[in-house]
Design a binder for this molecule. Structure first.
Ligand code: MSP
Length: 525
């Protein structure tokens, strides 16, 4: 059943530069979605890759003194190496320099041409190589240094005049507006949807879709003087993966994509140009495009000149992989811009992970190790308090599924942490260490309720923190085939032997933080 499929894509990354946390963030969000959907029983296809053509990449290759192909081989590999380092789980990594992708772009071009939506003309206007985008003069402004820049991105633009093929975008205005109206979930968040609708309502110009002044791209069929505009080529990667133009290919079943995850800067390409190209070619548009916000670093834009871009691996090395993954998705409402502050990272590691979650697991498992012969304690009759905690932990699946479906990762995590908070309060109120003296049978039962709650919570935290959660589930002796969401229908078996507990989320003592005086430490404690 097609309903059971879930096809999710990252943008394909330009290989002009090495990855920073902005890039790592987009793929991380997709990875969490893909892992969640797999655990929820879906047939998932998760695609990422690199965008290797265009002037920007050609110029970067020249600056490195390399041929474009050798240069893209090298930088593309850096993005590929990020996959194991960040714990990503894509099903494939596509490169726009692959022969199958040339064939797919040319097939799409021919379809759009046959539909009468491509014609030959001449482009005279502004172009930004950094954004790989054409801009109307009204979308640019001249700065105090006399340079003209795109208002939205701040990237310099240059005047370009050359023969060019055009896509008849102007003819698609009404059809696009109708498509947005019929598909209210197509663009998210709402603020981006409003932005796109008002842009399209403002009138659309035909779009230049080929270039003649450089060579690094996919040749236009029957007119190789022209190469395709890099965005026509890049967007097509999403259907290349599904086998386009062969709609009987095994992967065609994944199209239309359920979700293109993108940053806010590339919404227009995905929600205006892309559905228009596809509809023109008679191919269904994707179901949803979610645009997330941008990260700044300690209040500043990441930039080459400030040399402040954070390499994802530097974060992982210092704070840990799952800590980094957790922080990026918990700290900022997904869709908003966020500021990376080291102090917030340390705060979340210590408060949310070490104190709340790690400590819960550690104290419950160590009482069991010491008092219950190292095996899952005996379950007894459920009191209202027990039931309240277990129901909350069970109900979290529906709550988290709902939030993940809307890409509200921060809310999904907040819902999970509510259960963790309840579980910690339950430990305090039930006080198993006191029960040990007064009512050891009830003590065992309280511990059973707690390991069961931890199991449920940990099933849900898996997509966010795959490594640490696997270690927690190991410590609960949860079998490998009992870790998907179907396992919400199972429960911990009393008597199962448990391995010796080990802390999973260590406290982080920040060597970069100003030294605290003992007095300050006492006050906080
Ligand atoms: N090649 C195009 C995408 C083509 S998709 C058919 C491209 N590449 S990119 O490498 O420049 O950017 C890829 C993604 O990284 C975009 O979604 C962009 O929003 C994201 N980010 C780049 N810098 C970012 C931040 N500072 N913060 C968050 N995400 C950022 O665009």
């Amino acid at each position: 059943m097609s309903d059971n499929r879930f096809y999710i894509t990252t943008p394909i990354y330009y290989v002009n530069d090495v990855p920073h946390i902005g890039h790592a963030y987009t793929t991380l969000a997709c990875d969490v979605m893909a892992r969640f959907m797999r655990l929820d029983g879906k047939d998932v296809r998760f695609l990422t890759g690199t965008d290797e053509h265009g002037q920007k990449v050609e110029q970067a290759a020249a600056a490195a003194g390399m041929e474009p192909r050798a240069f893209t081989d090298k930088v593309s590999q850096v993005f590929r190496d990020l996959i194991p380092a960040m714990g990503y789980s894509p099903d494939n990594f596509i490169r726009t320099t692959e022969p199958r992708h040339y064939a797919s772009c040319q097939a799409l071009w021919n379809k759009v041409l046959a539909a009468g939506d491509i014609y030959l003309g001449k482009y005279a206007g502004w172009y930004s190589v950094r954004d790989e985008a054409f801009y109307a003069e009204s979308e640019t402004e001249v700065g105090p240094d006399n340079k003209r820049r795109a208002t939205a991105s701040g990237a310099e633009v240059a005047w370009v005049e050359e023969p060019s093929y055009f896509f008849r975008l102007s003819a698609w205005q009404d059809r696009l507006l109708k498509f947005y109206e019929d598909n209210p979930r197509f663009i998210a968040p709402q603020s981006r949807r409003n932005e796109v609708i008002s842009f399209v309502k403002g009138g659309l110009q035909d779009l230049s879709v080929s270039r003649t002044t450089f060579k690094w791209g996919v040749p236009v069929p029957n007119d190789p003087q022209h190469i395709m505009y890099v965005w026509f080529d890049a967007l097509t990667n999403y259907i290349t993966e599904c086998g386009y133009p062969d709609t009987s290919a095994p992967n065609w079943k994944y199209w239309p994509a359920d979700l293109h995850m993108v940053g806010k800067d590339i919404v227009r390409f995905h929600t205006v140009y892309w559905p228009a190209f596809l509809m023109s070619a008679g191919v269904a548009p994707p179901k949803r495009v979610f645009a997330h916000g941008w990260w700044t670093i300690e209040g500043q834009k990441m930039s080459k000149s400030l040399n402040n871009a954070i390499a994802p691996l530097a974060l992982v090395k210092e704070f840990g992989l799952d800590q980094t993954r957790y922080f990026l998705l918990r700290e900022v409402p997904f869709g908003n811009d966020g500021d990376f502050r080291r102090a917030s990272m340390v705060q979340r590691m210590n408060a949310d992970l070490a104190n709340d979650y790690g400590n819960l697991c550690q104290r419950v498992l160590s009482i069991i190790a010491k008092n219950c012969a190292g095996s899952v304690p005996a379950k007894g009759p459920l009191t209202d308090a027990d039931r309240a905690l277990l129901d909350k932990a069970g109900g979290a699946l529906a709550a988290v599924r709902d939030r993940v479906n809307d890409q509200a990762f921060h809310e999904a995590l907040a819902a999970i942490w509510e259960v963790i908070g309840d579980a910690n309060r339950y430990v305090d109120t039930q006080a198993p260490w006191t029960l040990a003296k007064t009512d050891p049978v009830r003590r065992d039962h309280v511990l059973w309720v707690l390991v069961e709650a931890i199991r449920r919570v940990t099933l849900l935290t898996q997509p966010f923190m795959p490594g640490s959660t696997a270690r927690i589930l190991d410590q609960l002796a949860v079998p490998a085939d009992g870790r998907d969401f179907a396992a919400f229908d199972r429960e911990m078996m009393s008597g199962t032997a448990l391995p010796a507990p080990q802390g999973v989320f260590p406290r982080f003592v920040d060597p970069a933080a100003p030294a605290q005086t003992p007095r300050q430490v006492r006050k906080k404690a």
